[in-house]
Design a protein around this ligand. Structure first.
Ligand code: CUA
Length: 181
């Protein structure tokens, strides 16, 4: 009885090694196909979120885009209004958040720049500081980080940093007010 495991082991000696290898090979092949199909499925699911696809409708009517500049730094957000036209240049920058007048239904082009490290420009679904994000974009220093978004409902939306950027990161909070159309 004590040796039962050993005797089991011995009986395994008689197994068909070729059949075992073949089964193993089949299992690995099915696993490989399963993973490949899963990855393709994820790609299809994520396709509408790809920037060239997601921003397509906004880019088709680019004259109606409200450009908002976003400056990220440790540890604050600064929003500036660059006017209603995509080609508005930086000379008319107004750095007072209160002067930002964004209306519901208009497409906003956020151009975010970081003055120091990576930040995550996250706009939450409401003024609740723990609400779920509506969208988020990485703000990588040295680049114009661009995101198009159309707010459907007026209200105050919390802006939070969603990329760890130093000890005060959790308090890198601001907000954007969307006015009724
Ligand atoms: Cu900025 Cu975290």
């Amino acid at each position: 009885m004590v040796l039962s495991t050993k005797s089991n082991h011995v009986s395994l000696k008689g197994f068909d090694k070729i059949k075992y290898e073949l089964n193993k090979y089949h299992a690995e092949r099915y696993w490989g196909i399963f993973v490949a199909v899963l990855l393709i499925w994820f790609w299809i699911l994520g396709y509408p979120w790809m920037p060239p696809v997601a921003f397509d409708s906004a880019l088709l009517q680019s004259q109606n885009i409200h450009t908002v500049g976003v400056t990220a730094g440790q540890w604050y957000w600064m929003l500036d209004d660059r006017g209603s036209y995509q080609n508005a240049n930086d000379t008319n920058v107004n750095t007072n958040n209160n002067q930002l007048y964004v209306k519901a239904g208009e497409t906003v082009k956020f151009i975010a720049r970081s003055i120091d490290v990576n930040h995550g420009f996250g706009v939450l679904s409401s003024s609740n500081q723990m609400d779920v994000p509506l969208f988020q974009m990485q703000v990588v220093p040295g680049f114009d980080n661009i995101f198009y978004y159309t707010f459907k409902k007026p209200g105050i939306y919390t802006i939070r940093c969603l990329e760890y950027c130093g000890w005060n990161h959790p308090y890198m909070v601001s907000s954007i007010t969307i006015h009724a159309a």
